[in-house]
Design a protein around this ligand. Structure first.
Ligand SMILES: [Zn+2]
Length: 178
């Protein structure tokens, strides 16, 4: 079935067996997987909690542009985990298979455009954003740790975001959880 549609065997994280579904169904499923969090997103959460002990770390604050995976209200830092395939990691260069390359490539291009828009919108709101590649979370994740610490320090130095927006956001996120 999958073969006849020309959909790749290649399976990015969080997309297991996705190739048996048509694209519309697939994105619906992908968004459901997203909401439950992939392994790499959970790993990022562990790393953040280890680095920023005792600091408030919000998970998926839906009100923020680009729906970051995590948000640190202290420094006003939005943290994203970008899957190497879905966001077109230049290091991993996981090329989509020949057969329906256009479909995948267009999807990755769209994701990258959306990422840039989200970063701009966050900056415009006085917030900072940091993106960690999925591959940076493997092993000891030293590069990811350094990147996160650097971003938090930089963001702290320029806490621009208004306190009212902050308390509004935190209140809403807590409400959403209960
Ligand atoms: Zn990568």
């Amino acid at each position: 079935m999958a073969g006849s549609r020309g959909i790749p065997h290649f399976v990015p994280e969080g997309a297991d067996s996705m190739d048996i579904f048509p694209p519309e169904k697939r994105s619906e499923i992908m968004s459901r997987i997203r909401s439950s969090g992939t392994r790499s997103e959970r790993r990022l959460g562990e790393i953040l909690r280890g680095l920023f002990l005792g600091e408030e770390i919000l998970e998926r604050p839906g009100e923020l542009p680009g729906r970051p995976d995590y948000f640190l209200p202290g420094p006003g830092l939005a943290v994203f985990m970008d899957g190497c395939f879905w966001h077109g990691c230049p290091r991993c260069r996981r090329r989509p298979p020949e057969q329906n390359r256009e479909y995948w490539e267009e999807k990755v291009r769209r994701n990258r455009r959306r990422d840039r828009r989200a970063d701009r919108a966050l900056r415009a709101a006085g917030l900072a954003a940091v993106r960690v590649w999925e591959h940076e979370l493997k092993g000891g994740a030293e590069a990811a740790r350094r990147k996160l610490l650097r971003a938090a320090r930089r963001a702290e130095r320029r806490v621009l975001w208004p306190g009212t927006l902050r308390s509004m956001l935190c209140a809403n996120t807590k409400q959403a959880k209960s």
